[in-house]
Design a protein around this ligand. Structure first.
Ligand code: C2E
Ligand code: MG
Ligand code: MG
Length: 608
């Protein structure tokens, strides 16, 4: 029996113990290694699960493609974006859902980039299973094996169609007018400059035209912006339909359209196009149950005669357009050097008028109004006069529009009204009892929020009874925002003033509006009186206005009566009053007083 006591027994024991230790250590190492491997696998599994979860739940569409270009896997987002379920996509060519609008070279370039850089990023048009096209932002990355060969590709997609649409919309908005969708001034400027470049090279003329809708503001104010906008859209369509393919039309805000005619055979061509546009705009517009009549005035500037850049051409087209308006609207005018001179003159006139207002350059004349039956004085109209230091007498037909344009009409109108009140109040003391003083009020004044207060002040300052002040407004005033106008009319009516409609028949006021306003008097416009009694149409109009006034319980007076025959016809038609050269021209206050205002010892209200 072996013992450990004998010789060599101790070494044997040591060896055995060592072996046991070694075995134990080795075993522990194996256990450790096994545990390590286990941990690693668990980690790798967790990582894979994580990757899977990320792949599946990503909001981006994702796809894994093998080296042969076949789809191995797609995620749920891809399926919902493209409407292709995973089983339809897997195994298919990676580009199966790409839009045919990408030509083959697109993919060639894409592959080449991935080969060299391992990565591609860009935009891809895709077709859904249901046929719609979407725009994706696509990222492709190569996944390489240990040898550096691309083993797989991962593709990710974001749908950017909406973003692109929004971007395009923003870009479109920056260059187009919201109401008509026509190019705006900025885009027009760009197009014009490039057209000028071409014209310069070809040595050909070019025209820039400014078309302004006449009296658009009245429509907008009275019928509302929705109708105004619709009218603009319809006008835009009509103008567009009249132009040729190469012509450009834009809107530069308000009621102004700009037309670029980039290739003209000659300048007469421009006049021809302008005439066609004017003709097109003359046809009535049917908006709902309404028929609207608008016209347009066109100013034409030519390259190179009237300017060699957009800004200059526009400025000159504007001057020409102004001239077209001044010539009675509904026509076109070419720009001329002469026009610039007149535009400057207008500016000068403005300055002079401003000075006249402060330096008693203005006065009023008074024209009597009489009863046709008896010839007795029934009223008078104050008419503004301006004596220019160099030009002499300037007609109100000239300076009132200038004053309206530059806002001077408000102080000027106030001056006239106060002067008229002063004069009329003076005659009150002299015994002129009944006849009211009529004062013309422009639409601009009428819109002024201070207007009513101004009238109250004038009446109070001169102690004039309100019934002796009559305000004359034209139909354009009624057209300017009915509800507000009605408020002002009602208030003036309550104050006891008289209200009359001047130049009646020349505007297009709605009769139902007229009925709802406290109007006392209609004044038949001179243009209908002038051809009486010969012209049948004028006769019909005069008689119709008289009938209308009677029906609405208003007075009626004819303007511009120059002949006895006119007066007789009007009287026989039932027209009560008249004003005109037949009875008297506008007179200075002194002359008027001498003829019509009673001296203390003479009978009142002598007949003309
Ligand atoms: P309106 O208010 O219609 O005034 C009548 C115009 O016809 C006056 O011209 C008058 O002189 C003229 N007239 C009167 N009878 C006859 C006639 O028998 N034959 C002819 N051919 N003409 C006649 P006027 O004074 O030149 O004024 C022209 C226009 O200027 C006025 O037309 C009015 O619209 C405007 N106006 C005049 N004064 C003022 C004012 O103080 N304020 C405003 N806003 N407008 C004014
Ligand atoms: Mg008048
Ligand atoms: Mg008149």
């Amino acid at each position: 029996m072996t013992t450990f006591d004998g010789p060599g027994g101790k070494e044997l024991l040591d060896a055995l113990i060592l072996t046991a230790y070694l075995l134990a250590a080795g075993f522990a190492m194996i256990l450790l290694a096994a545990y390590h491997i286990h941990l690693k696998r668990r980690l790798a599994e967790a990582k894979l699960r994580l990757a899977d979860a990320a792949f599946d739940s990503s909001a981006h569409g994702m796809m894994i493609v093998n080296a042969a270009g076949k789809i191995m896997r797609v995620n749920a987002a891809f399926s919902s974006m493209t409407r292709y379920p995973a089983h339809d996509a897997i195994g298919a060519e990676a580009r199966f859902f790409a839009s045919p609008r990408h030509d083959p070279t697109f993919f060639e370039r894409l592959f080449r980039t991935i080969e060299t850089h391992g990565h591609w990023e860009g935009e891809l048009w895709a077709v859904r299973r249901t046929g719609e096209e979407d725009l994706y932002h696509m990222t492709v990355s190569a996944v390489r094996d240990r040898d550096g060969h691309a083993a797989n590709y991962t593709l990710s997609f974001i749908d950017i169609t909406e973003r692109r649409v929004a971007e395009q919309r923003i870009r479109h908005l920056a260059h187009h007018d919201m109401v008509t969708d026509l190019p705006n001034r900025a885009l027009l400027a760009e197009r014009t400059e490039s057209a000028i470049e071409h014209a310069r090279r070809d040595g050909r003329p070019l025209a820039l035209m400014l078309a302004d809708l006449d009296r658009f503001k009245d429509v907008n104010d009275s019928l509302g912006h929705a109708v105004g906008d619709e009218l603009l859209r319809r006008s835009a369509r009509r103008l567009l339909a009249t132009l040729r393919g190469a012509d450009v039309i834009g809107r530069q805000g308000g009621d102004e359209f700009v037309v670029l005619l980039p290739d003209l055979a000659d300048t007469e061509d421009a006049a021809h196009v302008a005439t066609k546009l004017i003709e097109a705009m003359r046809r009535p517009f049917e908006l709902g149950t309404r028929e609207l009549l608008v016209s347009c005035s066109i100013g034409i500037a030519l390259y190179p005669q009237n300017g060699e850049d957009f800004a200059t051409l526009m400025r000159n087209a504007d001057t020409a357009m102004y001239a077209a308006k001044a010539a009675g609207r509904n026509c076109c005018r070419f720009h001329s050097a002469d026009m610039n001179r007149r535009a400057n003159e207008r500016l000068e006139l403005e300055g002079d008028l401003r000075r006249a207002l402060h330096s008693s350059g203005l006065s009023i004349m008074l024209q009597p109004q009489v009863l046709l039956a008896s010839g007795a004085l029934s009223g008078m109209e104050a008419l503004a006069r301006w004596t220019h230091p160099e030009r002499g007498a300037v007609s109100p037909v000239q300076f009132i529009p200038v004053a309206e344009d530059c806002g001077l009409i408000v102080p000027l109108g106030e001056w006239v009204l106060r002067e008229a009140c002063r004069v009329r109040a003076g005659w009150l003391a002299a015994g002129l009892g009944e006849a009211p003083m009529a004062v013309n009020v422009s639409a601009v004044q009428f819109r002024d929020p201070e207007f009513i207060n101004m009238v109250k002040r004038a009446l109070a300052d001169f102690a004039l009874p309100p019934a002796l002040l009559e305000l004359e407004v034209t139909e354009s005033v009624i057209m300017a925002g009915f509800e507000q106008v009605k408020g002002t009319f009602d208030e003036l009516g309550r104050m006891g003033l008289r209200l009359s409609i001047d130049d009646f028949g020349t505007g297009y006021s709605s009769l139902s509006y007229l009925k709802r306003l406290p109007v006392d008097k209609l004044k038949i416009d001179r243009s209908f009186v002038i051809e009486l009694p010969e012209d049948a149409e004028s006769r019909a109009i005069a008689e119709a206005v008289v009938g209308l006034a009677r029906g609405l319980d208003m007075q009626v007076i004819a303007e511009g009566v120059e002949t006895r025959a006119q007066a007789d016809f009007l009287r026989d038609s039932g027209c009560q009053g008249a004003q005109g050269y037949l009875f008297a021209k506008p007179l200075s206050a002194a002359d008027f007083a001498a003829r019509y205002v009673a001296a203390p010892d003479s009978p009142l209200q002598r007949t003309a």
